[in-house]
Design a protein around this ligand. Sequence first.
Ligand SMILES: [Fe+2]
Ligand SMILES: [Fe+2]
Length: 157
Amino acid sequence: MRHATVHPRTLGYLGRALSLEYSAVQQYMTQAALAEAWGLKEAADRFRRETVEEMQHAERLVKRMLGLGVSPNASQLRPAGVARSLVDLLRQDQVLEAEIVALYDEATRFCRRIGDHENGEFFNGLLQDELHHAAEIETWLEALGVPRARPDERAYF
Ligand SMILES: [Fe+2]
Ligand SMILES: [Fe+2]
């Protein structure tokens, strides 16, 4: 059977990734509702689009897990934090996206190291999406007057 050849650590990465993607769905959905309540319609729409993208990531993980013969097993949904401003919300997103980037980066390297190219490419595809998200959040913060972090201060790249 196919799943017999998948390294247990790869399955662990998939489970952790699913927990983080569902957490991202909850976080962006909450932020869309907050932004709307603050009268920031454009920001609310943008957070809603992010919510959909994170749902699509979760769906990719669910399909991959089913394809490997395992049940989707997200176990830890972290609470969406409270914030008083749009900048605060985006800072929370920076933290979460950096964590997701770090996980996909580690998972990609691990799979490549053990010669599991199929799962390595799967994780790398998600990694590229999340690097893009992280860069978009930086650009958004910059547009709000928050200076871009120096490379040595960044949690990723
Ligand atoms: Fe995601
Ligand atoms: Fe993301």
